[in-house]
Design a protein around this ligand. Sequence first.
Ligand code: NAD
Length: 435
Amino acid sequence: MNITIIGTGYVGLTSGVCFAELGHEVTCVDIDVEKIEQLSSGVCPIFEEELPELLAKNLAAGAIRFTTKLSEGVRAASVVFFCVDTPPGEYGKANLRNLLAAARSCAECLSDRPVVFVNKSTSPVGTAALLAETIRKIAPNTPFSVASNPEFLQEGSAVKNFLQPDRIVVGVTDARAHEVLHECYHPLIDRGVPFLATSIESAELIKYAANSFLALKISFINEIADFAEHVGADITDIAKGIGLDPRIGPLFLEAGIGYGGSCFGKDVKALDRSGEEHGYEFKIVKALSTVNDLRYHIILKKLKKHLGELKGKRIAVLGLSFKPKTDDVRDSPSLRIVHELLDAGATVTVSDPVALEKFKVVFSRNGDITYEADPHQAARDADALVILTAWREFRELDLNELKNKMSHGLIVDGRNIFDRAQVEAAGFTYEGVGR
Ligand code: NAD
């Protein structure tokens, strides 16, 4: 298949490289000139396992190319995937400006060859219809279809998730779109990956329902964790005890400082907002944002419990990305927590194995903040060490060396990565979440 991908972010780049790996000819288009230059020369602009190697391999094989010229991609393509960002707009409503701009630009370069437009960007029910209307207005005589193909990859394991997905969901209304999407994914379908074809509305809602359900598991276990602290129970044992029930399952039951990242927060709010627009009031979905938006408080509360006022205290923050194995700091809890620490008058040193640079760009605030690549150095003279991301590198830290570097031995473990007994044996005071 001749595939064009519009938007080369976490989803577009992974999809493009993986479609090339599956044997298709791929053109990736983006409006970001610098990103396209980097990608064309084989530089992967994001930290994602296996992606740089597959990018280099498929560039060398001529299976993938990058351009800012949309017309080059659209004229040759039989299928165009929209993978642009759909950030939160007013009152949490998904902002479709980039998506509709991409659709308009595509419509302007259509020839009379039929094209299947596929929306991979997460967007509310009705978006595919809006895309079709937008394209039809500009190219009324060109045959085209619009389909929805929600993306479920997770940053940190995006390549693996794309090449070995749990399922492929497509929302289609016509046989041609069904056939084209089946062809795009046929190497995976041949390997037994379920290919679920639904109405477009169902496919659009499946993505929001999936993310909201995952956010629900996190918020639920966090609420139980807070109660566990009141009654002297341990959330790790509780998660194990309920997760062994196959109806519940063990995943996404890790208590901590809540979900972050560019998807869960915005998608939960966008679903809630979409309900309101259709005259439907979500109750559980609404509560998810309320519960999660308050999570960051627990870190400050636990620090103050041991240190009193934070003014003048030195805090080492380990972990800036919203989860391990990615450099993505969008909507990461670390942004909010570091702001709060600085507001409270603390001196903060932050460290992360890969996300320091991205954090520096997004965290637009100077003041008492230092960036330190080595976590042991970050801990030097600190009154407390705060864990915000469950990086394996932090689990493997030498606790005795850390303790010697710090002026006081307090660890506030926002991700429950440490074993209390081990940390206490090294002389630390330990505060986890729900234990
Ligand atoms: P991103 O911000 O990393 O990338 C978006 C890219 O689109 C950027 O490179 C931007 O320059 C480009 N772009 C914007 N407007 C454009 C236009 N008119 N023409 C060409 N390029 C344009 O976003 P992302 O994280 O890859 O997410 C993309 C979509 O996929 C979102 O809707 C998101 O909710 C969804 N999604 C994301 C993930 C994830 O883990 N990041 C997972 C599943 C679904």
